[in-house]
Ligand binder design. Structure first.
Ligand code: PNS
Length: 164
């Protein structure tokens, strides 16, 4: 039988409804989707620990029977090979995402020509949503409840001192 396993990698600090939308779209077209959180990111210090991010993702994706959540270190291509995945799933929200995504996809192709990158677009209503904006707006007292799952709002509330 021909089955397709894909990795959906990212920082997910924290996951947003845009990520969830992409997971739902991806889970419809591949047989197995592994959401993979990068442990050693070179981004600014994260708000949530990897374990907290993994727990939030696991909880919010529990209704998908072909989605699992894992953590990886090092090169994505090595993790994909180790997990027997043929594809990487990434979301493109706007043209501004394209250059970075194109560079990563080409570098991953150079490192492993067998691994394909699949790009999907999230629902229009989430095209401006990013984890960075969510954290920034929440920290300044803004309402992000339409843009992240309720569990994330709860965790943001317990992590960030209230502005009220
Ligand atoms: O959510 P993000 O921060 O845009 O995700 C970026 C991620 C995790 C997909 C990317 O940084 C990554 O794959 N890092 C692993 C290191 C790697 O494989 N680098 C070579 C490809 S450019």
């Amino acid at each position: 039988m021909h089955t397709v396993k894909a990795i959906y990698p990212g920082t997910f600090d924290p996951l947003t409804n845009g990520h969830l939308d992409l997971i739902a779209r991806g889970a419809k077209i591949v047989d197995e989707l592994v959401v993979a959180i990068l442990r050693n990111s070179d981004k600014a210090p994260p708000l949530f620990s990897v374990e907290e991010r993994q727990e939030m993702l696991t909880e919010t994706t529990r209704d998908f029977d072909n989605v699992s959540v894992d953590v990886f270190n090092g090169l994505l291509v090595d993790f994909a090979r180790q997990r027997g995945a043929k594809a990487v799933l990434r979301g493109i929200r706007a043209i501004s995402d394209y250059e970075y995504e194109f560079q990563m996809a080409m570098m991953n192709r150079k490192l492993d020509p067998e691994l394909e990158t699949l790009f999907m677009m999230p629902a229009e209503k989430y095209t401006y949503v990013s984890s960075r904006l969510i954290k920034g707006v929440f920290q300044l007292g803004g309402d992000v409840s339409a843009l992240v799952p309720p569990l994330v709002v709860e965790r943001l509330r317990s992590k960030v001192p209230s502005k009220l």
